[in-house]
Design a protein around this ligand. Structure first.
Ligand code: CMP
Length: 139
């Protein structure tokens, strides 16, 4: 069944010039990029995006990192794309992410204060709808 997911290429991915490589993997899998924008965002938008993590020990460093430079936001469509993109991305911690995944192939070791794991993908249809509403309110 066709689905939509919200993908972020985090500031580490953009700074390391991996935007093209990450988008290439998404397209090579057969998914369609239907919205794409590079932007630098502030704490308010990210607090909304990461609402479920507010209060956790990594929340403030995560916001600091995510506001540190430009990131790329995309809507990606395809059959099973929510689970499929998370599979492409690999485990949250790049050190343990499997080779063949974005984080396993391209991610560096987990920082101690920031969460530089290159990409974000929505984890459920509910999260996807909520996150697309935050990043692309007109869509
Ligand atoms: P993301 O998929 O964007 O969603 C929440 C982010 O918080 C996650 O990727 C990581 O960057 C970060 N994160 C999740 N769990 C932890 C953790 N246990 N310690 C530090 N950072 C984390």
């Amino acid at each position: 069944e066709p689905e939509r997911t919200l993908v972020l290429i985090k500031p580490d991915g953009v700074a390391r010039q991996l935007t093209g490589e990450i988008l290439r993997r998404i397209e090579a899998k057969g998914y369609t990029i239907t919205a794409l924008e590079q932007r630098t965002v502030g704490a308010d938008l990210l607090t909304e995006h990461y609402a479920e993590h507010e209060g956790k020990p990594f929340f403030e460093p995560l916001l600091e990192f995510m506001t540190s430079g430009p990131l790329v936001a995309a809507i990606v469509e395809g059959n099973g794309v929510i689970e499929g993109f998370r599979s492409l991305a690999g485990a949250t911690n790049p050190t343990s992410a499997a080779p063949g995944t974005i984080r396993g192939d391209l991610g560096r070791d987990w920082g101690t204060t920031v969460q530089q794991n290159l990409v974000h993908g929505s984890d459920s249809p509910e999260s996807a709808a909520r996150e697309i509403g935050i990043w692309f309110p007109q869509r």
